[in-house]
Write a protein that binds this ligand. Structure first.
Ligand code: HEC
Length: 448
């Protein structure tokens, strides 16, 4: 209990503005999950497609059929990108309304990187167009041409990192006080394995897309390729799928293991294991498709793979949502309590504007004490009240003990000892400046 209180005391608990949601909450949650899944499928096609394009164009230096393949995939990347952008609006708006305080806090803490998304996305999009439209004009400058898509790939690989760091950070209010920008948010547990799993998923989805795209009867495979036929192209698609699924399986396991305990409950584990089994099944079918000795057997696997992946995506999306809810539960309770207390206080203040309110412990201190009072409220009042014991002793008692000994008081605040046996240990405040400590001391000695 005491450890919990100590942790809470360093966790920022913002006050909410309780506004009505535009739709019932369950509907917004459904909208969030469904629209996000749609959006992310096209994001994966965009990222995976550009990686595959880069890879195939490099291989195309030796084998022209790879070059044709690269161009064919490149032409789909720009289309899938537009779909991803359009479909990104709905999930962004729903997460904003459902998790306002958490989402914005995370945005603010990773500020610069978060803002960078817009210019980075624009540059990457322009590069993919440049790459597509200069395919024939730069045919004699292949290395230059390849470096254009390589740049786009680098940016495409970086952007999901920002998003992931952000939506992950939003689940850890107790870390907010220590986060210094994007890089430190990136170092929170779970971000890297999730990122790598995401890259695997990009390849999985793109591989299946390649199989479908090239498998269409109206698609003129024989006119485009010198030696490849439909069957080889499908095999290539399954090859990409198998690599992606393999990555997902290995990294998914690491995600599960590194999932911070606070959001885990039985249902989350259950769903995640079920998702893992679906992935394994998909991998098994993809492997069969890859190693099949004829096109018919290969085709038999397509819908089996697609269906197991669809199940996996639904289960994974659901378990993430459960995890989010679970991880934020405690903090939301604290925030609701704080919001409730504030609303009560402001109601009381409105009803009795001139009468001192009981329960309003900190009378609006003016002039000389204003700063110290504010600092005390911000740093200390979660554990100290003026006249009663809370987690620590009342301010009155501090004032008596130190009785004007400012440097003794400051020393304690910076590095508290262990004094009372029936109290927990007080955390230190080494980050408070000398000037701030002076203000706090002024306030403490003013309490009678
Ligand atoms: C997380 C809870 C917590 C916070 C936050 C906290 N304190 Fe304390 N404080 C305690 C506890 C618990 C004790 C009693 C520790 C003991 O006696 O070992 C204590 C004791 C003290 C004492 C008594 C020291 C003595 O010599 O007996 C002073 C003075 C004090 N706190 C000042 C502050 C100030 C100023 C702040 C804000 C900068 C602050 N505390 C923030 C929990 C807290």
């Amino acid at each position: 209990m005491h450890i919990y209180l100590l942790q809470v005391s360093t966790t920022p608990v913002p006050r909410d503005l309780p506004l009505d949601l535009p739709l019932p909450e369950w509907l917004l949650v459904v909208l969030l999950i469904v629209s996000f899944l749609l959006h992310i499928i096209f994001v994966k096609l965009m990222v995976g497609g550009s990686i595959v394009t880069l890879w195939a164009e490099i291989k195309g230096l030796k084998n022209t059929d790879y070059d044709v393949f690269a161009y064919e995939v490149a032409k789909t990347v720009t289309v899938n990108k537009s779909m991803a952008v359009v479909l990104g609006v709905a999930p962004l708006l729903s997460i904003n309304t459902l998790y306002t305080i958490y989402f914005y806090s995370a945005n603010a803490l990773t500020g610069l990187a978060w803002f960078m998304i817009i210019p980075l996305v624009s540059i990457a999009f322009l590069l993919t167009y440049l790459h597509k439209y200069t395919w024939h004009t730069l045919v004699d400058y292949k290395y230059l041409h390849i470096s254009i898509i390589a740049m786009a790939v680098l940016i495409f690989l970086f952007i999901p990192m920002i998003f992931l760091a952000n939506v992950n950070l939003m689940l850890f209010p107790e870390r907010w006080a220590y986060i210094k920008g994007f890089l430190s948010a990136l170092m929170l547990p779970n971000v890297w394995p999730r990122y790598m799993e995401f890259i695997g998923a990009c390849l999985t989805v793109t591989g299946l897309f390649v199989v479908w795209y090239n498998g269409r009867q109206s698609y003129p495979v024989d006119q485009l390729y010198k030696t490849w036929h439909r069957n080889e192209l499908k095999r290539l698609g399954y090859y990409i799928t198998v690599v992606g699924l393999g990555l997902q399986l290995v990294l998914g396991l690491i995600v599960l293991i590194s999932l911070p305990a606070k959001g885990i409950n039985f249902e989350v584990i259950e769903l995640t294991i079920f998702g893992g089994i679906m992935l394994l099944v998909a991998f098994w079918f993809a492997w069969k498709a890859l190693s099949a000795d004829n096109e018919g057997k290969r085709d038999n696997q397509f819908w089996k793979i697609a269906t197991s992946i669809l199940f996996f995506i639904l289960v994974y999306g659901g378990s993430r949502q459960l995890y989010r809810e679970q991880a934020l539960h405690k903090h939301r309770t604290l925030m609701a309590a704080k919001t409730g207390a504030f609303e009560q206080m402001s109601k009381a203040a409105r009803e009795h504007p001139n009468i001192e309110n009981e329960g309003l412990e900190f009378n609006a201190a003016l002039g000389d004490l204003a700063k110290g009072t504010a600092l005390f409220k911000q740093n200390c009042s979660s554990c100290h009240k003026e006249k009663q014991r809370l987690v620590g002793p009342p301010v009155q008692e501090m004032a008596e003990i130190y009785n004007g000994d400012e440097s003794g008081l400051k020393h304690w605040i910076k590095a508290p000892g262990k004094k009372r046996t029936d109290f927990p240990q007080m955390p230190g405040f080494p980050h408070l400046s000398e000037a701030e400590l002076t203000e706090i001391a002024k306030y403490v000695f003013a309490v009678k």
